[in-house]
Design a protein. Sequence first.
Length: 80
Amino acid sequence: MPTLRQDAVTMVQNLPENQLHFVMKIMRELSRHIPMNDKVETQKISAKGQAFQVLESMRRKIPDLDYTKELAEYREEKYI
């Protein structure tokens, strides 16, 4: 058992019973936010995360625009 884990177990074992409820509440809350296993790949990606990945995959560099030229071309198309 790693030293850090041993230290944590020892600390929990030495706590009085009335303080264990507080520690358990904290651990439950942490387990909801932090994956308990080391395999991050097994985490489910949210729908928003998947949508963002799709958008990122479509991203490409666009050339710098000359706004004055673009405006002139637009006006020429519209009024001619």
